[in-house]
Design a protein around this ligand. Structure first.
Ligand SMILES: Cc1ncc(COP(=O)(O)O)c(C=O)c1O
Length: 401
């Protein structure tokens, strides 16, 4: 069969508009399309491929598990799921783990748990959820409504209720809204899709204190920041603020779909048998791969490498900016980096993305004003350097057009 980009329009639901090329092979931080054209990957499958494409240890794990046991469902538990849960408990604040298949599903579980916890422990009236403008938590109806862009949840009929939003980094706004009727505050410990926005330390600590004051659970959505992305295993560790519930996905599977919700025993016990579930949650293939991802990422070599590589990006992007004066700021943490367009180029992040693809470089946007980089955490320094050369050519094209 002749597989072309046109086939997408013919047979796929039109909710995406993928690029014109179709990648057919990946290795490390390189990708090749059907014509054999090679690309450097600064996008990492939207912050997923933390160990690049086809990392040999992940391939081996998947092959081995693939020849052993694929799927059982939740009627039976399995060794990879239990080993992964034990490891997540060992390396985080958490005492209990729930497995899902995606970030949205992990967040859905977190939100349902928070509501159930408040209802059982306090009262039916304690059901308000507070989240942040520009926040992103997934596309299920509950998570997209908790997300901070109404445009994503509008147009689907009545929304889940009692969900409020305040500005990120505005502690006073949160303080004005939060009350004993709040059951949870959900936040990303660095807003990704919303534009690569770091919380101030005062804000992060203040949110924790307000949650404590009002017996509200603090949910950290670490779907994008978790598993090494910021240079800490989880971003909460770098902020020195411990959430009550944490969600992880994306990087956790290194490209194999998995999500996880982590929490304490006291909170977890409110999701009793039969209250929530997923056929595939804890799938042996996914959990085996994630176990290997975690083992490799949670090493000083990889985590320190993230911090060092961040500096390569920052100095390279600053050098480009000195020549072309198109960014107002380079921001983010670890290998979740945003180049913010200045006023002259406001709203044109997509143009830079398209120009980059023309120069054989894959990158991302985070809103209309920010070019986002979320490469493999083990991207070779030469690939960063070469990718930045390509990016400079893309910037020159846009600026000189
Ligand atoms: C912070 C955050 N939460 C949740 C999600 C949703 O994850 P998924 O697409 O796996 O459902 C994303 C995806 O971009 C995300 O960045």
């Amino acid at each position: 069969m002749n597989v072309t980009r046109d086939l997408f329009n013919e047979v796929m639901v039109p909710n995406y508009n993928p690029a014109a090329i179709i990648p057919v092979k990946g290795l490390g931080s390189r990708l090749w399309d059907q014509a054999g054209t090679e690309y450097i990957d600064f996008a990492g499958g939207i912050a997923v491929n933390v160990l690049g494409h086809c990392h040999p240890e992940l391939v081996n794990t998947l092959k081995k598990q693939g020849e052993t046991l694929w799927h059982l469902s939740n009627v039976l538990t399995n060794e990879p799921a239990l080993r992964l849960a034990k490891e997540l408990v060992n390396v985080t604040f958490a005492e209990k783990v729930y497995f899902a298949n995606s970030g949205a599903e992990a967040n859905e579980a977190a939100l349902k748990l928070a509501r159930r916890y408040a209802l059982e422990k306090f009262s039916e009236e304690k059901n308000q959820i507070i989240a942040f403008k520009q926040g992103f938590h997934g596309r299920t109806f509950f998570t997209v409504t908790v997300g901070g862009q109404a445009a994503y949840s509008d147009g689907f009929g009545p929304k889940p209720g009692n969900i409020e939003h305040v500005e990120y980094n505005d502690l006073a706004a949160l303080e004005a809204l939060i009350s004993d009727k709040t059951c949870a505050v959900m936040m990303e410990p660095l807003q990704g899709e919303g534009g690569i926005i770091s919380p101030t330390n005062e804000f992060a600590k203040g949110v924790r204190a307000l949650c404590d004051k009002h017996n509200a659970l603090l949910i950290f959505d670490e779907v994008q920041t978790g598993v090494g992305r910021t240079g800490d295993l989880f971003a909460y560790m770098g902020l020195d603020v411990v959430p009550d519930i944490l969600t992880s996905a994306k990087a956790l599977g290194g490209g194999f779909p998995i999500g996880a919700m982590l929490t304490t025993t006291a909170i977890a016990e409110h999701l009793k048998v039969g209250t929530h579930g997923s056929t595939y949650g804890g799938n042996p293939l996914a959990c085996a791969v994630a176990e290997t991802v975690l083992k490799i990422v949670n090493t000083p070599e990889v985590l320190n490498g993230v911090k060092r590589k961040e500096q390569l990006y920052r100095s390279g992007l600053q050098a480009i900016n000195q020549k072309y004066a198109c960014f107002s700021e380079i921001r983010g943490k670890g290998l979740l980096i945003g180049a913010v367009l200045n006023e002259q180029y406001a709203g044109r992040a997509r143009d830079f993305l398209v120009a980059s693809a023309d120069e054989q470089l894959m990158c991302l946007v985070a809103g209309a004003n920010v070019i986002r980089f979320a490469p493999s955490l083990v991207i070779p320094d030469e690939d960063i350097q070469q990718g930045l050369v390509r990016f400079e050519r893309a910037v020159a094209k846009v600026v000189n057009a």
